[in-house]
Design a protein around this ligand. Structure first.
Ligand code: GAR
Length: 228
């Protein structure tokens, strides 16, 4: 029988709380993606344990031994992705910059979540920079990955207030809760074809209306929104 669900690899480098949110969402029988592989560039990434506990195949391709040989590292990753017959990649706290060749090969088939309202605050330390800049709204973005780091077409965003007295940890926690709502919905849209990369722009047929994050596709049961 043909597989109806898109085979997704989640690429991680650390804690894996977004991976946890995707795992919970993908438990729904109607979810359009199957997490077929969790791949980490670090053997000590805590997210690998979450994957193993959920019975998802894992792979470790250590980036460190490759040094500056990014193409070699990506070739090793590509072999694991091919073995697992991966169709879509979800970067979830994957802290390696990918080469233009790799990104181009996965054009329209690779998503990333970033902890800011892009194009504001690309790169690292987004929460501290948002506080320092004095913005009143901050949040997270899911986008298609393109060669420019954190520059790809936006699929979905979620905003949170920056409150008086917020420190970096308080703001990070508020944004992270939104990441855990946003990423399962955006991945569902990409896996179902409701979100596509066309002519360099993200076309999204799904709605961001109230409730869309909990029920991203018609017929899909409400996704869990709580995640430690
Ligand atoms: C998340 O906040 C994610 O948005 C961020 O790393 C964290 C990973 O947390 N990603 C980036 O900064 C990518 N540039 P997690 O491992 O608990 O999902």
């Amino acid at each position: 029988m043909a597989e109806l669900k898109r085979r997704v690899a989640v690429l991680i480098s650390g804690r894996g709380s977004n991976l946890g949110a995707l795992i919970e969402a993908a438990r729904h029988p109607a979810y359009p993606a199957e997490l077929a592989l969790v791949l980490s560039n670090r053997a000590d990434a805590a997210g690998l344990e979450r994957a193993r506990a959920a019975g998802i195949p894992t792979a470790v391709v250590e980036s460190r031994p490759f040094g500056r040989d990014r193409a070699g590292f990506e070739a090793a990753m590509g072999a694991r992705l091919a073995e697992a017959r991966i169709e879509l990649i979800a970067l979830a706290g994957f802290m390696r910059v990918l080469t233009e060749d790799f990104v181009t090969a996965w054009s329209g088939r690779m998503l990333n979540i970033h902890p800011s309202l892009l194009p504001a605050f690309p790169g690292l330390d987004t929460h501290a920079r948002a506080i320092a800049a004095g913005v009143r709204l901050h949040g997270c973005t899911v986008h298609f990955v393109t060669p420019g780091v954190d520059e790809g077409p936006v699929i979905a965003q979620s905003a949170v207030p920056v409150l008086p007295g917020d420190d970096e940890a308080a703001l990070a926690a508020r944004v992270l809760a939104e990441e855990h709502r946003l990423y399962p919905a955006a991945l569902a849209w990409a896996a179902s074809g409701a979100a596509r990369l066309e002519g360099g722009r993200a076309v999204v047929e799904a709605t961001m209306a109230e409730g869309a994050l909990a029920n991203p596709l018609p017929g899909l049961p409400a996704l869990p929104t709580e995640m430690p």
